[in-house]
Design a protein around this ligand. Sequence first.
Ligand code: AHM
Ligand code: MG
Length: 339
Amino acid sequence: MSAKIVTLQRHIMEQQSLHPEASGRFTRLLWDLTLAVKLIAREVNKAGLVSEIMGAAGTENVSGDQVMKLDQYAQDRMFKAMDHGGHLCVMASEEVEGIIPIPEEFPLGHYVLLFDPLDGSSNIDANVSVGTIFSIYARKTRGRQGGTLEDCLRRGSEQVAAGYVVYGSSTMLVYTTGNGVHGFTLDPSLGEFLLSHPNIQIPPRGKIYSINEGNSPYWEAGTKKYIQYIKEKDPASNRPYSLRYIGSLVADVHRTLLYGGIFLYPADEKEAGKLKAKLRVTYEAHPMAMIVEQAGGRATTGTQRILEVEPKSLHERVPLVIGSRDDVLLYEEFFQGKR
Ligand code: AHM
Ligand code: MG
C-alpha cells in the first residue's frame, strides 16, 4: 500500500509533468476515460440487481460472439464520454466493425483510442470479473479530416498509453504511459480511483499457468510439450505449476501481473486444417503486452514479440502468451522446437 493518498487524476497530472513538452490534452483524455469506466463500473456492479440489463441482447458482434446488453451499454458510455473532448481523431472498438469517426459537430484531436468496452462478458451472468481494455496512439495521418484506418492499424510499440479496468470484488484501473505500471482501486463512496499499487513489477518467474486446457487436442506440438513440462513433478523449479483460468482476459492477466506466471491463448485447430487464434491484436494483445512489458514481463506469439505485430485489419486475431519473463522465454524455446 502506498503511504500517500493519491487520486488517479493527480497521478495522471504528475505523469504529465514528466513530459515538459506535454500540452495537457493527453491528461484530459485520460480523465474523460476515467469517467467512462466509472459509469461502466456502476452498471456492472448492479448487473445482478437490474434484470433488464442481464442476459444476451440477441445479436452477434463482428467477431461472431453473442453481444450482451452490458456490452452495448459499455460501448455507448465509452463513445459518449470520449467523442466530444477534442482529444481524439478516431476510435475503434471490438464491438464495432469499422473505425468510429468523431461526430462532425465536435473538434478533432491528436490521439487515437482503441478499446474493448467489456471483455469477458460471457462471464457476467455468473458474477465473474469482467473488464475494459484501452490502447492509445498519437495520430499518424495529417490533415484536417478525421483519423483513418491507417491511424488504427499500428505496431503495439507505438502505443503512448494502455490500460485496463477489472470489475471484480473491487474495481481496479491499471495503466501505463511508458513510465511503469500503476494500479488504482475505486473507492465507491468517494467515486475516486486511489493509488493502491504503485510501480507494479511482475515477478520474473511464477508458479501459475493459465490456459483453456479444454483446447489441448487442437494445440500445436510446441504448446502441448510446454504444458506437459509445466505439469511434471520437479519441486526445485516449482513444478507442477498450479492452474488458474478465469476465462476473462483482464482478470487472468491481472492475476498474472500481480502473482507472476504465464497466461496463454495459443492458436488452435478447432476447425480442422485451420490454425486460428482467438484474442484480438488491437483491443486485447497490444495493450496487455505494453502493460506487462512495462512491468518487466514479456509477451509473445511464440515467434514474435506481440508489440512488433502490425495488424492488417481491425479485428485481426493473434496467439498471445504473456506473463513472467522467464516463463514466457521458456515457452518460446518449446514453441520454437529448441527443447
Ligand atoms: P470477448 O472479448 O468476446 O469477451 O472474448 C475474449 C475472452 C477473453 O476475456 C478470454 O481470455 C477468452 O475470451 C476466453 O476464451 P475461451 O472461453 O475460449 O477460453
Ligand atoms: Mg474482448
